[in-house]
Design a protein around this ligand. Structure first.
Ligand SMILES: C[S@@+](CC[C@H](N)C(=O)[O-])C[C@H]1O[C@@H](n2cnc3c(N)ncnc32)[C@H](O)[C@@H]1O
Length: 298
């Protein structure tokens, strides 16, 4: 493991866009694959669906025992904040605390954000532009497709720990990309996705490894975790339908790569995806697991 109190040598620290106020989510890198998801309006819409699902699933925006410091005034960072939905909710609920969102893409300037929330554009993998021990709480969710296993281990987790104060908390929420109770067509698609990600060094089942990765740093104690399941398909009512919609957006965006990974032409993949969708609605009662893990810096 890298040193958790200073930035690893191989990380070049650079402050890319340093206007820490509201600024526009730029689409200059349209269809970028830096996070292996497109950077466009459909993805922004998908993130909105996701935040509805997360709220339904967890009921609470965080699990770390930080309510008291949030009420008195704490410094919070959300890494890979996307459109800032999680941050906006938190900043409104806890006006005495200050919130910062970091993302490789710029944020939408046209949206209204609370005054105690600002943003910075930066790539986590370059090392984050913060001093050691700056934050009381460092949060990150839904970035499993953005980092290779090695990057999680050598950069992302050590960086999260480095910038957290002693006694402060880190918290991560991620999805296991292998669905449970899936029908044969959906399994084929999901395995194609895992294979495609694996070819880039990305582990779509990072939820299986995160507890051990965090524990092995020895810099985090009082580690706790919780797993929630989310139905996918109409058998899960409105939640299942929204989850299905969000999943289908991701899978459609990956169609050529997934077809290649499975070894079929794209037109055939589209048929496979349609059958997978029908299975989600059927008696299979397919669901997906989400992990939330949190702990305190020594
Ligand atoms: C799937 S979205 C999740 C957004 C948000 N956390 C949520 O739960 O709605 C992933 C976000 O991570 C950002 N991202 C991906 N790679 C990144 C990196 N290396 N550094 C910073 N942000 C990154 C993307 O731009 C995107 O906004």
């Amino acid at each position: 493991m890298g040193n958790t109190t200073s930035s690893p040598n191989f990380l070049k620290r650079r402050r890319k866009t340093v206007n820490t106020s509201r600024y526009s989510r730029c689409y200059a890198i349209e269809n970028t694959d830096c996070n292996n998801l497109p950077n466009n309006d459909e993805e922004v819409n998908r993130m909105e669906i996701q935040s509805f699902l997360h709220r339904h699933m967890w009921k609470k925006d965080f699990s770390s025992p930080i309510e008291e410091i949030l009420n008195t005034g704490a410094k919070i960072l959300d890494i890979g904040c996307g459109d800032g939905a999680w941050l906006a909710q938190m900043a409104t609920e806890f006006p005495r605390s200050s919130f910062l969102g970091l993302d490789i893409s710029a944020i939408d300037q046209t949206k209204f954000y609370p005054g105690n929330l600002s943003f910075i554009q930066s790539n986590v993998l370059d090392g984050m532009p913060f001093e050691n021990s700056e934050f009381d709480y460092v949060h990150m969710q839904m970035l499993s497709m953005a980092f290779t296993e090695k990057e999680w281990n050598q950069i992302v987790i050590p960086e999260m720990i480095r910038i957290t104060k002693s006694g402060g908390f880190i918290e991560i929420m991620e999805v296991d990309l292998l669905p449970k109770n899936a029908g044969p067509n959906y399994i084929k698609v999901a395995q194609g996705l895992l294979k495609e990600l694996q070819s880039r060094g990305i582990n779509g089942r990072i939820t299986e490894l995160l507890p051990r990765m965090i524990e092995s740093t020895k810099a985090i104690v009082n580690i706790q975790q919780e797993i929630k399941t989310l139905p996918i398909g109409s058998w899960g009512g409105e939640v299942g339908e929204k989850h299905q919609e969000s999943t289908m957006i991701v899978l459609r965006n990956f169609a050529p790569q997934l077809a290649h990974a499975i070894g079929i032409p794209t037109y055939q993949f589209n048929g496979l995806l349609a059958s997978a969708r029908e299975e989600m609605d059927d008696e299979w009662k397919t669901f997906v697991n989400f992990l939330r893990i949190w702990g305190q810096k020594v």
